[in-house]
Design a protein around this ligand. Structure first.
Ligand code: SF4
Length: 85
């Protein structure tokens, strides 16, 4: 079975910003941080979003990836984690 857990690749935020985000001129959310050494990109609005969604039945943060196929950003993070666990 395919692992759908979130690896913080930031891919979804480069394709279509969530309701809390805002697309820059290149379409990437302006709140998406630069990648770390593993290729992970964190949301700079994470605390605000978690607080706003604390009573939601399906909080959006950490719900996992719905775009695993052909997602090279996700594959890069997973490959880096295998090399440097
Ligand atoms: S606000 Fe955060 S979670 Fe939403 S699209 Fe932007 S970076 Fe991603």
């Amino acid at each position: 079975m395919r692992d759908l857990s979130c690896v913080l690749s930031g891919y979804c935020c480069t394709v279509a910003p969530c309701p809390y985000g805002e697309a820059g001129q290149d379409g990437v959310c302006i709140y998406l941080a630069q990648p770390n050494n593993a290729g992970q990109r964190k949301c700079q609005k994470y605390p605000e979003i978690v607080k706003a969604e604390r009573n939601a039945s399906s909080p959006m943060m950490g719900s996992g990836c719905s775009s695993t196929l052909f997602n090279t950003m996700r594959e890069t993070v997973l490959a880096n984690k295998r090399r440097r666990p």
